[in-house]
Design a protein around this ligand. Structure first.
Ligand SMILES: O=C(O)CCC(=O)C(=O)O
Length: 289
């Protein structure tokens, strides 16, 4: 395991900074296997009016339709907003139009299931003190060339709320991520801030962003954020309260990443969290099929 610029143990660095960058965490053939399966799933996807649901990456206007809210125990596909022209017609091929798919391929697709429950990840989770966590959500985020949308500054706890707070994010670079193609940006030490927002189901339908405190930081180097440019094979671990974001991809290189979010299964998971898994059992890092 690469230990990065300091000699501190991974857990100490994770607790101090709120994130951890582990280069060469997984081999390139596994990245290629995940991308190949992702490409097959996209090729098999037949969009209709409902599935054209656009995943707006601005958290304030995140699509809140039924398709999105039903995606917790499925593999659902979300388009890049800029994939459509002003008449609502796709202006790029389907394999360049999908922003992401999720949110349960780690349970429903063997290739993603095996990767998500690989021994090396279970061991790392144990070393970080979250070995007993359960895998609640996965996403394959393409960050398409030219039109890959921005993901505005947020914390994962806003979207995967538990009491007590427990979510940890695992972000696997399937392709190189650079300033040009929309790498992650993170705020070192920002996980010590109080939760500022909670995204949840609204009583009358749809979703709402509840304001709990001060505005979260908007981002940028001037606000203390650092870009995390990483090669394919890198894992970035994110504390659930760490503000992070990614800019739009205006380059001609895709920036695919696979993400997993894990929570403490003994914590309270509110029934108005946007993501509901219904009867799909929660499984941990070591619960291999
Ligand atoms: O991959 C990205 O651009 C953003 C991912 C992210 O913010 C997340 O997984 O919480």
């Amino acid at each position: 395991m690469t230990t990065g610029p300091t000699d501190a143990a991974p857990r100490e660095r994770f607790e101090a900074d709120g994130y951890l960058v582990l280069e060469d965490f997984f081999p390139s053939d596994e990245a290629a296997t995940l991308i190949a399966r992702a490409d097959e799933l996209v090729a098999a996807f037949k969009p209709d009016e409902v599935t054209r649901s656009i995943f707006s990456t601005n958290e304030q206007t995140r699509t809140s339709d039924d398709y999105f809210l039903a995606s917790g125990d499925r593999i659902s596909f979300f388009f890049e907003p800029e994939a459509f022209d002003s008449n609502g017609n796709l202006q790029v091929p389907l394999d360049r139009a999908i922003n992401k798919f999720g949110h349960a391929q780690h349970d429903l697709e063997p290739v993603f299931d095996d990767f998500s429950r690989h021994q090396r990840l279970a061991d790392l989770a144990g070393r970080l003190g979250v070995g007993g966590h359960a895998l609640v959500q996965s996403m394959l985020i393409f960050k398409q060339p030219g039109i890959g949308g921005e993901v505005s500054s947020h914390t994962d706890h806003t979207f995967l709320w538990t009491e007590p707070r427990s979510v940890v994010g695992f972000w696997f670079a399937l392709e190189d991520a650079t300033l040009d193609n929309g790498c992650l940006w993170a705020l070192p030490g920002g996980h010590r801030r109080k939760p500022a927002r909670r995204f949840r189901r609204a009583p009358g339908g749809g979703t709402t962003m509840e304001v709990l405190g001060d505005e979260p930081p908007a981002g940028g180097a001037e606000a203390g954020f650092v870009p995390l440019e990483v090669r394919s094979g890198t894992l970035i671990v994110l504390d659930g309260l760490l503000p992070h974001y990614s800019l739009a991809n205006r380059s001609q290189r895709r920036r695919a990443a696979y993400t997993l979010h894990a929570i403490d299964p003994t914590a309270h998971y509110p029934s108005d969290n946007w993501l509901q898994r219904n009867d799909l059992p929660l499984r941990g890092f070591r619960d291999r099929r």
